[in-house]
Design a protein around this ligand. Structure first.
Ligand SMILES: [Mg+2]
Length: 339
């Protein structure tokens, strides 16, 4: 008869065999790493270049690009996603092109807004970053609306309002701008979103983003009564397969979005979007328009992007040896959290 101790020993040794296979595979994969710095057209989240690490496995190129301030533990799902992207074939698709939205950073100069809006040809929806200053937010929204009067507008607050501020600001935006498709993450915590939903007098659906992707266990977050729509992002949710499982688990309307990623990362977001039988909203996968150089091109044609794998071109984009070393260390620290 197996004692508890021997069962544990067997399972531990089995685990180490598994880890050993995974370790070999992953170290080989990591040895293909290239790191690029992509210049942004405007200040986005306080940055002017976006560094991303790419590696190539048997299925193609995967992207590992957590934002630089993230601790290794927070980067674990990003790395799992990159490993999946490089080693696993894409799932079956329900479409070959994906409808996308334009993304407008927190810009204020009307000419800057106009320039960015023009980089999203034919899109029917714009997501506008708001949250720092109500009158500037309203002016930014009004400017986008004047440029594309038929487009739907959604806003992203990145969790920066209190419940009270959200109640006041959303009413004011609604009164000044009119219908808003949805507001993404008006407050930070799920309890706040639930309270806001109960108090919000205007009809603006709430979408959850950080509440899922920054949660230690995105399966355990109770979203009912707090959000109406779920934003799914491939990298922070740990890959395409896991994003599907999370969507199934939470059973809410979904919108597929991205971090500011290179064309490689975006291609996997497009694959996620293409692999859902039903998509309820235009997808936030056109952020390549915010970069002034990229490793590949995914052009927006009539508001849509074609789904395809990217074979990156690194010319003139690779980082200094010091930055490469930083990414190597960061990758191995993140890997140490998994292996
Ligand atoms: Mg967001």
């Amino acid at each position: 008869m197996l004692t508890k101790k021997s069962v544990r020993q067997i399972s531990e040794s089995f685990q180490s065999v598994l880890n050993f296979g995974l370790l070999n595979m992953s170290l080989e994969l990591f040895s293909t790493m290239r790191v690029v710095a992509l210049p942004t057209k405007t200040n986005f989240r306080g940055i002017n270049t976006r560094e991303v690490a790419l590696f190539q496995g048997e299925a193609g190129w995967g992207e590992f690009s957590p934002f630089l301030e993230y601790q290794p533990s927070e980067c674990v799902p990003w790395l799992l996603s990159a490993i999946e992207a490089a080693t696993k074939p894409w799932p079956q698709f329900h479409r070959s092109k994906v409808k996308v939205n334009g993304t407008i950073p927190a810009l204020n100069a009307p000419s800057d807004i106009e320039q960015i809006v023009e980089t999203f040809p034919g899109v029917n929806t714009f997501k506008v970053k708001v949250g720092d200053n109500l009158s500037e937010d309203i002016a930014r929204l009004a400017k986008v609306k004047s440029l594309r009067p038929k487009a739907k507008l959604r806003i992203d607050v990145n969790g920066s309002w209190s419940v009270a501020a959200a109640v006041t600001n959303l009413r004011s935006i609604y009164e000044n701008i009119g219908a808003i498709e949805y507001v993404e993450q008006p407050c930070q915590r799920v309890e706040e979103l639930r309270e806001l939903k109960a108090k919000l007098a205007v009809d603006i659906p709430i979408a959850g983003d950080e509440v899922l992707r920054k949660s230690a266990d995105p399966y355990k977050v109770e979203l009912s009564g707090a959000v109406d729509i779920l934003a799914l992002k491939v990298q922070p949710l740990g890959g395409i397969a896991r994003a599907h499982k999370l969507a199934q688990h939470h059973d809410l309307p979904i919108v597929i979005s991205s971090a500011l990623e290179s064309a490689v990362g975006i291609s996997h977001g497009l694959a996620l979007a293409a692999s859902f039988a039903e998509i309820n909203f235009d997808c936030g996968l056109a952020t390549g328009s915010l970069l002034s150089a990229n490793v590949g091109s995914l052009p927006i044609v009539d508001g849509e992007i074609e789904v395809r794998r990217i074979d990156p071109n690194f010319d003139g984009l690779e980082v200094s040896p010091e930055r490469y070393k930083w990414w190597q260390d960061h990758l191995m620290k993140t890997w140490a959290e998994i292996a």
